[in-house]
Design a protein around this ligand. Structure first.
Ligand SMILES: [Zn+2]
Length: 267
């Protein structure tokens, strides 16, 4: 496992039945300390370029996509294949590429199928939940990959300790994924955002995504789950992840939060 720039990056590994999968790509995430990794095709983000340079990877290896909470996944052969594209997932078999999305409470899911060598990453916010199954289906169709072989890493995201949603959203999750991914909020809990009234619920994106992965045919033992909550996990007394919900409620500005880059790399 790579240890460089440990204040800027966190690296995670694929596991199967508790053991590290040898020869797999490495899953990466920039931390809050790395600053904003926001990406738009029509914007230049000097900080992002600098942080990726410090990763030691050639800039041309990064494969970005402009996110929009969709279920669109691209299968790419070259770094330029996503140019000007909007979507929320990338798969490839080209080990010289670094598929990259951004997250700030949304869940990054990293994928690897050892038989075909397909690997990739998806951005799964609430609206896009289930996109991980779309990525697996695309790999099955384009490469003959099999869901049962896929290894998945569920990256840091906002957890049920902090992710409180309204009744409409809770109902949508309960009906489309699994009823136990939502639980009514206990009485007396203070909510810092404008909920619009009505019954509130805690939402577990982990349980919703595990249900989607189960339905897709990925064995539980192939899934490794990061324990942190992007909204409340601290290290040495400080928040280490960017969080849309925490940072926007702290500073009252809807655009001021730290977007982190999630990427998967072999080089
Ligand atoms: Zn939390």
């Amino acid at each position: 496992m790579q240890q460089q720039n440990s204040n800027l990056f966190e690296f995670l590994e694929f596991h199967r039945a508790g053991k590290v999968v040898e020869g797999a790509p490495v899953c990466g995430l920039t931390l809050k300390a790395a600053g904003s990794m926001r990406f738009r095709w029509n914007e230049t983000n000097q900080n992002r370029a600098k942080v990726f340079r410090s990763l030691g990877s050639t800039e041309g290896a990064i494969v970005p996509v402009q996110l929009d909470h969709t279920h669109i996944v691209y299968n790419v052969k070259n770094a330029g294949d996503t140019q000007d594209k909007i979507g929320d997932g990338i798969i490839t078999v080209n080990r010289s590429l670094i598929p990259t999305v951004t997250v700030a409470d949304c869940m990054p899911l990293y994928l690897y199928e050892p038989e075909t060598g397909v690997f990739g990453i998806v951005h799964s916010g609430w609206k896009g939940t289930g996109i991980v199954a779309d990525a697996i289906k695309l790999a099955e169709k384009d490469y003959g990959a099999r869901a049962q072989n896929f290894c998945v890493v569920i990256g840091p995201h906002i957890r049920a300790c902090c992710y409180i949603v309204n009744e409409e959203r809770a109902k949508w999750f309960s009906e489309n994924f699994t009823p136990d991914c939502v639980t009514p909020l206990e009485p007396g809990v203070k909510v810092s955002w404008k909920s619009g009234g009505g019954t509130l619920y805690r939402l577990s994106l982990e349980k919703a995504n595990l249900a989607a992965l189960r339905t897709a045919g990925v064995p539980q033992e192939n899934i490794w789950i990061h324990p942190a909550c992007t909204c409340c996990t601290k290290k040495n007394g400080s928040f280490i992840y960017g969080s849309n919900r925490r940072e926007t409620s702290e500073n009252g500005r809807p655009d001021a939060f730290t977007v982190m880059a999630a990427f998967i790399k072999s080089i």
